[in-house]
Design a protein around this ligand. Structure first.
Ligand code: GAL
Length: 734
């Protein structure tokens, strides 16, 4: 069939589809098959029926969503009221620009992309923020140093700078070409240029499409309208139940002790934190608490921990929670083994079985065991390791699971499923947990876990933190060790401005005072985090109620404009004549909550550029005006991580307590107000530990500042309120 005939057929098909003549479409398809063996666009296109089940959330299936999809696995239901509160919207794309087809046993999807449109998200990336021009296979894995889709949270969701989001509700490995490929039938196709003579020749000529291939004859597409990128993210987060509010202790300081530490070593470590006056709320135990590890038993080692309950009580007496490292693969020596062995996968991991978490019986047996040995005796939570896998030791895609779910789909979701199992145990006890995980995915927003990995590039850690805001996950730039004191301090500073302030000394044995020359500065930033907890806790409440990520990319701020990508790639005369576009983007600056902007410095840097969003911005420490919508250069003293507050920004702070157990009734508040514009901030409080807030047992008050005076206005008063005396501090003169 000629190209012209194909195009005519496509037009006929599109018109039939638009007018709703779906049955005629079938005829057109058969006709086209009769004309030619070659496939045409119209031939197998699947008509998408969009349903707006929640305001601003449209769902359409190709065939059906498919088994073991993210929506079915989600821990929580959509927060319909909160989604509605985001306002009236209309479908953000031209419906006929979205194309679906089942071909060769796979689902092909095509979505439009406009010139200059930026795409963010598509999982936890560590090098780039903008994804336009990239090619990925979204595949759960330990991050391998390239933003190719293999990562700890390969979430199939993207956000557009035009203010909408697209989610593919499928747990398959998904291939995605983000404006990187140009079709012949692209009406906006770029004109070929002569590389010999044209300086505007580009290795990435404009493509008007995002093309997606799903290795299954089914998928569901969900489009989230936002008006702004942040609102699209909010809708996505709320669709999966909204973010988490960690227990208050979870936001204090964490320290993970070395492998094979016993109870006395741990108590000694706790005592040293006290002696050195360093914040400490949680101690994490690494391999060594289990009687066997890799695979583990989930039973305590009787030599290192002869009396686990007594040990946990002792730590509790010091106001310290205990978190346990684990991976879910079970040792033949675990008392659960015999019951779970027939209910596990065909393959083992390090000789341990892989229980099939789809089976109710598995969840019951595993859950009861964890309740008896860990959760029930007061363990505060887990670090769920190695659920991301690595092809050479995890179960392979040829493995089988008794539930019949494909091994590849289990790979994408095992972390989610284990987090869900554990979180439900804590729910049964009406106690919040907060822990770590190495594999998350869509829907993980409602689960109280923070991602981490074994990479250690500090800059990448911060880019990861920024990217976590596009995919409904939390990320910790943990501190392990450092080459020198400066690096140690810089890492401590960023960890304190993240969802979890933590040293992971599992192999290094480091402590906050490992570099004495910067110890005071480390102490200072750790206590600053503690002071900021009223602000941070309220910021997490926003995550829960409104789906706003607590740590987020600058491009999610309305008053920030991403510096434009440099579209032309420069020719490379040494290795790659097709060098891709060089992008200048902001991979090291982010927001913590609505008012505070963090611009970390890395080892070796004495100064840095900071891109200020429009509006007046102020230095957090001094309250001085630093600029308005411009690029500034800052060179603060080494003990300060550069922090900026927007005009009218309110930052509620408390005294520098060492442990969150001191955050009790009548906590004095210092409410800092920056700039000259009027501002408000909703201060949130609850019991800090239970799920009662989900039943409305919390208190919110509006902090309202204008012209040098501040007021506290009651909003909702159905739960605890831990604050007493209030001192308003107006930080800025102009
Ligand atoms: C790694 C993990 C580390 C540490 C270690 C213990 O997989 O990423 O943080 O827990 O295991 O063996």
């Amino acid at each position: 069939m000629s190209q012209d005939n194909q195009e005519i057929l496509t037009v006929i098909y599109k018109n039939l589809y638009r007018t709703g003549c779906v049955s005629l479409v079938g005829t057109a398809l058969i006709l086209s098959v009769a004309f030619s063996p070659q496939k045409t666009l119209a031939q197998s296109a699947y008509p998408l029926q969009w349903e707006e089940n929640l305001p601003g959330v449209w769902q359409a299936v190709v065939n059906q969503a498919g088994p073991h999809n993210f929506v079915d696995l989600a821990a929580k239901k959509p927060r319909a009221k909160a989604i509605k509160a985001l306002g009236q919207t209309s479908f953000p794309l031209e419906r006929e620009d979205i194309y679906a087809e089942i071909r060769d046993g796979q689902t092909y999807l095509r979505l439009p992309l406009q010139k200059g449109e930026q795409i963010y998200g598509l999982g936890l990336n560590f090098k780039s923020i903008q994804q336009t021009g990239q090619v990925k296979r979204l595949h759960m894995d330990h991050y391998g140093n390239s933003d190719n889709g293999r990562t700890h949270a390969p979430v199939p969701f993207y956000v557009s700078s035009r203010g909408y989001g697209v989610f593919i509700n499928s747990t398959q490995y998904i291939d995605i070409y983000v404006g990187s490929a140009v079709r012949k039938d692209n009406p906006n196709a770029p004109t070929p240029r002569d590389r010999n003579t044209d300086p505007n020749w580009s290795a990435n000529p404009f493509s008007d499409a995002i093309e997606i291939l799903i290795p299954a004859e089914q998928a569901e597409l969900i489009v989230f309208e936002g008006n702004t990128p942040l609102k699209a993210v909010q809708r996505f987060n709320l669709f999966f139940g909204g973010g988490v509010i960690p227990p208050k202790w979870g936001l204090g300081f964490w320290h993970r002790t070395p492998t094979l530490y016993g109870d006395q070593d741990v108590m000694q470590e706790i005592a040293e934190f006290e002696k050195n006056n360093f914040p400490l709320d949680v101690i994490g135990l690494e391999p060594g608490w289990h009687s066997k590890s890799y695979p583990g038993t989930f039973e305590w080692d009787s030599e290192r921990f002869p009396e686990p309950s007594a040990f946990i009580r002792k730590a509790e007496n010091k106001q310290v929670k205990i978190n346990l490292w684990c991976n879910p693969y079970l040792s033949p020596e675990s008392t659960m083994y015999n019951a779970l062995n027939p209910l596990s996968a065909s393959h083992t991991v390090w000789g341990g079985i892989v229980p099939d978490l789809n089976l109710e019986a598995v969840r019951t047996i595993y859950g009861e065991h964890l309740m008896e040995h860990e959760v029930g005796i007061g363990v505060s939570g887990f670090k769920i390791d190695e659920v991301d896998g690595y092809d050479h030791w995890l179960w392979p895609d040829v493995a089988t699971f008794p539930s019949g779910v494909a091994a590849s789909q289990m790979r994408q979701t095992y972390g989610l499923q284990f987090m869900n199992l554990v979180t439900n145990l804590y729910r049964q006890r009406n106690t919040r947990t907060y822990g770590l995980v190495r594999a998350n995915n869509a829907g993980g927003v409602a689960l109280p876990y923070v991602l981490y990995n074994d990479q250690y590039a500090h800059q990448d850690f911060i880019t990861g933190l920024i990217n976590s805001s596009f995919c409904g996950v939390l990320w910790v730039p943990e501190v392990r060790s450092s080459k020198n004191a400066e690096e140690w301090l810089r890492r401590m500073q960023t960890s304190c401005f993240s969802p979890m302030a933590m040293i992971n000394a599992w192999s290094s044995g480091t402590q906050p005072w490992s570099f004495p020359e910067v110890y005071e500065a480390c102490q200072e930033v750790a206590f600053l985090r503690m002071q900021l907890l009223p602000y941070l806790y309220s910021t997490f409440a926003q995550y829960y109620f409104e789906g706003i990520p607590p740590f987020r990319a600058m491009v999610l701020e309305d008053d920030y404009r991403q510096p434009p990508a440099t579209l032309a790639g420069e020719l490379d005369d040494t290795s790659n004549p097709y060098q891709e576009a060089i992008r200048k983007e902001n991979t090291s600056q982010y927001m913590m909550g609505d008012n505070l902007m963090v611009a970390p410095l890395f080892a070796g840097e004495k100064e840095r550029e900071v891109i200020l969003p429009s509006g007046r911005w102020y230095d957090f420490y001094t309250g001085e005006l630093v600029g308005n919508g411009e690029v500034i250069n800052v060179a603060p003293p080494i003990n300060q991580i550069p922090l900026f507050v927007k005009n009218g920004g309110i930052i509620p702070m408390m005294d520098p307590i060492r442990q969150t157990s001191e955050w009790t009734e009548d906590t004095a508040l210092e409410i800092r107000v920056y700039g000259t514009a009027p501002g408000t901030f909703t201060l949130y409080d609850d019991d800090g530990a239970s799920f009662d807030f989900e039943q409305g047992e919390y208190t919110t008050k509006l902090l309202d500042a204008e012209n040098g005076t501040g007021k506290l206005i009651d909003l909702e008063s159905n739960g605890p309120w831990t604050y007493g005396e209030i001192n308003w501090v107006f930080m800025s003169k102009n």
